[in-house]
Ligand binder design. Structure first.
Ligand SMILES: Cc1cc2nc3c(=O)[nH]c(=O)nc-3n(C[C@H](O)[C@H](O)[C@H](O)COP(=O)(O)OP(=O)(O)OC[C@H]3O[C@@H](n4cnc5c(N)ncnc54)[C@H](O)[C@@H]3O)c2cc1C
Length: 681
């Protein structure tokens, strides 16, 4: 079962199918004596192409049984995914089944009628409609498999089920995938119970099993991206594909768990749709940089591939190679390729430390904002009722569609953590519930990064008013999601509460009535945040000296990066002097003083980027280097798309502290050479 994800879990109650008696031995399935059989357990990598575990199973086994297990722990109260994400997953499983149907190989199928009975009795004794859909479902077209077969669809506790296969003589292979919470516990349980009979195959570009996975990290990821894909050679190996028909379909799971998607604009979870999106995006890749920042441009302007990458309908490598082979040389191309590295970079963090989903990575920030927790503010944020139109539009869009562009995700996370000052995990879980593309490896690591829980010297606080001016000055997007502001003159959209009463009367938009007054005062909250944050910052930087904390933080520059931060900003350093509270003036001075040689806002960059033979950077676009010469943590950049902002040069505190650009730790940051406005840059 894919980690759509759920809370911590105990053993699953209820039936697990197929039963042991219904599982043929590999020899029986392949109709040869002493046959070798592999179960390919699909979890996140829901595809047949570029799938190392499958390719190796096909090469090494006489019989291969592709398996997907619906684990009830991901549904109902314990489940953390919204129904629209579950539906996307169900569509993807159906589409995977179709892919298997088309594999060029001999196949055998056995019927597991005992499973069928068990499931009906257990899951829907009272529901005739569910009974019917178990066998003869009548789902929407997208969910209807052409015919049963191709993929064994199990149900129940994966540990129990995999053990049954092993007892019947099968080995199990599955792609390793970073997980947290229940998914992590489940994988650990499998390792304990099944031992070597289950192999977690590393074939996703992440580095595992090493003391310091970040050593030469970028080089290794780059090499993985460029090596040939792992394609299963069914014909060459004459492998038999085995299916056990349990009678279960994704449509039946929809039915039994009352999966009722409500979101709009959600793409369909099919491989066909993934490929269409990829091809269409490559055709418009030149315009990508101009479509990243503004939310209304981003929806059709970025690739829209995130849910497909998350569930693995496409591998990051397939997308990378298609792009390098087909996309014209352009800024858009290199910017997009760098995003694929970021995907791997953040997932590497979760692979390095599963605690990202639950604990502040830097213990100094454990419990940060707990004392300011205010459920009313959390509710206002979730409902899009904060009185800040850009935040409210974003939060309503997230809830209604399950997607937001990077900038709006970052802005709302920053607003939640820095301005509302609420515990980060509540916000991260809310995103995780609603995002169709929620990737545990990116969402939680991004949240901690945006909330400033890592101990990096640079931190950014977004100003949602500035975001209106920069990214939606005409209010087109805001009024799509906050229609009660439609008649408000656009000049007042950054601060509706400042609309003169006469204007409110005239346009009929009474602020405080049809639309809320700001739930908090921005400037005061921001100052309060900085005061608290700066008191902790040197101690947090100091902790990065500890190898265990540096490992968790998983900077692309490895331990040397973490230590460099500790040395420069830790409690023992001059700038980390905790005996005196840093003033805003000091910070401005620090900002200038810490600017890296390439104008990088991240003051952890103390050495230039490694240069290639021609003296140019060896980085592709804005990619984390991972060579250990630079410190810090890539923070995605969409700034290249944003025109120069004249107000950044004014003395206005709001403007100077306001917007942060997202930069990487490669040294160039935003790719347009603009100086950025990080707090300490
Ligand atoms: C608080 C927060 C939470 C986020 N949660 C997720 C998440 O759960 N899943 C997710 O895929 N992305 C997440 N992102 C990153 C980013 O917002 C999305 O990847 C992007 O908006 C997806 O749209 P797209 O596929 O059209 O992106 P494109 O711009 O077309 O990028 C292509 C791919 O590159 C990767 N990518 C792009 N930006 C980033 C980034 N900043 N960090 C890591 N990978 C990136 C994604 O795999 C993305 O699909 C988060 C960002 C923030 C600030």
């Amino acid at each position: 079962m894919v980690d759509t994800d759920c809370t911590e879990g105990n053993d699953t109650a209820g039936p697990t199918v197929p039963s042991q008696a219904e599982i043929p031995t590999p020899s029986a399935a392949a109709a040869t004596t002493d046959a070798t059989g592999y179960v390919v357990w699909h979890r996140k990598h829901l595809r047949v192409a570029d799938h190392r575990a499958l390719a190796e199973a096909v090469a090494g086994g006489d019989a291969v049984c592709p398996l997907f297990v619906f684990d009830p722990r991901f549904y109902g109260d314990a489940g953390l995914a919204c129904d629209s994400r579950l539906r996307f997953l169900h569509e993807a499983v159906t589409s995977l089944e179709r892919q298997y149907m088309n594999t060029p190989t001999d196949s055998t199928e056995t019927t597991a009628s005992e499973s069928w009975r068990l499931l009906v009795d257990e899951m829907c004794p009272e529901q005739p409609s569910s009974r019917q859909s178990m066998r003869q479902s009548d789902p929407p077209d997208v969910l209807r498999p052409p015919e049963v077969g191709g993929l064994t669809i199990g149900y129940g506790d994966p540990v129990v089920l995999l053990s049954r296969f092993i007892d019947r003589g099968w080995s199990v292979v599955t792609m390793a995938a970073p997980t947290g919470r229940y998914g992590y516990q489940r994988d650990e349980r499998i390792k304990r119970v099944c031992g070597n009979a289950v192999e977690f195959v590393s074939g996703d570009g992440l580095v595992r099993g090493e003391e310091w996975p970040r050593d030469r990290w970028q080089e290794r990821v780059e090499s993985w991206l460029e090596t040939p894909r792992h394609e299963p050679e069914w014909r060459q190996h004459e492998t038999t594909r085995v299916t056990i028909d349990t009678g279960l379909t994704p449509a039946a799971i929809d039915d039994v768990f009352a999966v009722t998607p409500t979101k709009t604009k959600v793409p369909s979870g099919t491989h066909r749709e993934a490929i269409i999106r990829l091809r269409e995006f490559i055709e418009r890749i030149r315009s990508y940089p101009g479509n990243i920042s503004a939310p209304q441009d981003a929806r059709g302007g970025t690739s829209g591939l995130s849910p497909y990458l998350n569930f693995g309908l496409l591998s990051v490598r397939q997308v990378y190679q298609h792009c390098t082979e087909s996309a014209p040389e352009s800024g858009g191309r290199s910017m997009f390729l760098s995003r694929l590295f970021w995907n791997r970079h953040y997932n590497q963090k979760l692979a390095d430390w599963p605690g990202w989903t639950t604990e502040a990575v830097n213990p100094v920030f454990a419990g940060f904002n707990d004392e300011t927790h205010d459920p009313a503010l959390v509710t206002a944020w979730k409902r899009g009722q904060t009185g800040y139109p850009m935040v409210d539009a974003s939060m309503r869009c997230l809830r209604d569609t399950g997607w937001l562009n990077f900038r709006m995700r970052a802005m709302c996370a920053s607003f939640f953590s820095h301005i509302l000052q609420q515990p980060w995990r509540i916000g991260a879980d809310w995103y995780h519930h609603h995002l169709i593309d929620s990737d545990v490896g990116i969402n939680y690591t991004q949240w901690q990064s945006q909330a400033g829980l890592i101990g990096k010297p640079s931190q950014r606080v977004y100003n949602p008013r500035k975001q209106v001016r920069d990214n939606d000055p005409g209010g087109e997007w805001i009024t799509e999601w906050v229609p009660e502001l439609t008649d408000l003159p656009e000049a007042f959209l950054p601060r509706p509460e400042r609309t003169p009463l006469a204007v409110q009367e005239e346009c009929g938009v009474r602020i405080g009535d049809v639309y809320p007054l700001p739930v908090v005062e921005f400037e005061a909250r921001r100052e309060a945040f900085w005061d608290r944050y700066e008191r902790l910052r040197p101690a947090a930087a100091e902790l990065l000296r500890r190898p265990d904390i540096a490992k968790r933080a998983s900077f692309s520059g490895g331990y040397s990066a973490a230590r460099a931060i500790a040395e420069k900003h830790g409690s023992g350093s001059v700038s980390g002097d905790t005996t005196r509270q840093t003033s805003l003036g000091d910070i401005d001075k620090n900002r200038r003083g810490h600017q890296g040689p390439l104008g990088d806002p991240d003051d952890t960059v103390e050495t230039p980027r490694p240069a290639g033979p021609d003296g140019r950077s060896t980085c592709v676009g804005a990619i984390p280097t991972g060579v250990g010469q630079q410190a810090g943590d890539p923070s995605p950049d969409d700034r290249a798309a944003t025109p120069a902002e004249p107000e950044e040069t004014t003395a206005s505190r709001e403007q100077s502290d306001a917007e942060a650009t997202e930069t990487d730790d490669c040294g160039v940051g935003n790719g347009d050479g603009q100086a950025t406005l990080d707090r300490f840059s």
